[in-house]
Design a binder for this molecule. Structure first.
Ligand code: NDP
Length: 334
């Protein structure tokens, strides 16, 4: 059955994720559609307007963004900006009375997450983090295996999320002021997410190490980080994240079997196996599933699968990892 209403989405920041993933996905979504854009680049305003048939009255820049308050075509603001701008635009969107999806990592700090959640609560709007995997079938299957304890007691879980960065050394991801950190802020949040949904537990402590082999390129941000987690059940967690390694995997070993996703967090098709054999699921756009899930949450009260609280929880762990590294690998309670 067709949804009664489709919510209007405004994409804020027309970079590569908006261009190649979110906007195409919004052509297929059932519960929401692309209604407006916010960009600092006038040239993009023109191309997007004609490509997606967006009227001039639905095009904003970072200065006049607050006028979106009066745009009845917009229900959801999707913040797809460099990390340092997430808090500001989430808060401005909330003040404009719009629901918000904010890209990962949620913010630069736990303190920023708090102000964002507070602003959304005060405005009575919903807040989600752009954690698309919670709507993705292989990941949902892992969560089911965890819930059902299909393979018995978990003993060990590992999660790697990494790629090799060789591009423009001036990109915002390598600039601490804009990114808040390197591999850990960018890919590490996927490892943290995997550890948590792959175990169904929140870690109680972490210790971490940082490795640097190309300091001339990674001048301001972390290159490779490993971290070990203690989970409340006694299981051990291990993560790696890097801008200098190619890896993307979740693996969990339980008393009577194991499960694995490899790749575990890319948006090219995921693949999964268990000790019983391969997982088979239809591949659909993860972003389509994610945005429809959030719109359904607003329209029908279905669960918010990636709420602000989850983004904040992960930032608590990010901060603990950086603290552990600064203190020579000391174990930090969570
Ligand atoms: P890009 O660099 O490709 O795009 C960022 C856009 O932000 C720019 O194109 C620009 O858009 C706008 N912008 C405004 N101010 C600045 C600035 N000072 N420097 C650079 N850009 C600026 O980044 P991505 O699209 O890859 O990433 C955006 C966000 O989305 C990040 O938080 C990232 O972590 C997240 N992301 C999430 C993914 C996921 O799978 N969930 C995947 C990829 C990214 P304009 O010209 O329109 O103003």
């Amino acid at each position: 059955n067709k949804p009664q209403k489709s919510l209007g989405v405004a994409l804020v920041g027309l970079g590569s994720y908006s261009t190649y993933q979110l906007a195409p996905a919004l052509q297929d979504t059932e519960y929401c559609h692309l209604a407006a854009v916010v960009t600092g680049t006038p040239e993009k305003a023109r191309t997007w307007s004609s490509r997606y048939n967006i009227g001039e009255e639905h095009i904003y820049n970072y200065e006049n963004f607050d006028a979106i308050k009066d745009d009845e075509g917009v229900d959801i603001v999707y913040v797809v900006l460099p990390n340092s701008m997430h808090a500001e635009f989430t808060i401005r969107a909330a003040k404009a009375g719009k629901h918000v999806i904010c890209e990962k990592p949620m913010a630069m700090s736990v303190a920023e997450c708090d102000t964002m959640m507070e602003a959304c609560e005060q405005a009575g709007v919903k807040l989600a983090v752009g954690y698309r995997l919670h709507s993705e079938p292989f990941t949902k299957e892992v969560k089911r295996l965890v819930r059902d304890k299909t393979y018995g007691k978990l003993r060990y879980i590992s999660a790697d999320a990494a790629y090799i960065s060789r591009g423009n050394p001036d990109q915002w991801r390598l600039n601490r002021e804009l990114s808040g950190g390197g591999a850990l802020m960018n890919m590490g949040v996927y490892s943290i997410q995997s550890i948590i949904y792959g175990s169904g537990e929140n870690p109680i402590s972490v210790s971490a190490q940082e490795f640097s082999t190309r300091p001339e390129y990674f001048k301001q941000t972390d290159e490779t980080i490993t971290a070990q987690f203690e989970l409340p059940s006694g299981a051990v967690g291990q993560m790696m994240t890097s801008h200098n390694v190619r890896a993307n995997r979740l693996y969990a070993s339980c008393d009577s079997g194991w499960y694995e996703l490899d790749p575990a967090s890319t948006y090219i098709p995921l693949a999964g196996r268990t000790s019983d054999g391969p997982m088979n699921f239809e591949q659909e756009s993860q972003q389509k599933l994610q945005m429809d899930d959030f719109a359904k949450h607003i329209l029908e009260g279905t669960p918010n699968v990636a709420p602000g609280e989850m983004g904040k929880r992960d930032m608590v762990i990010v901060e603990a990892i950086y603290k552990s590294i600064a203190e020579g690998g000391k174990t930090i309670p969570l």
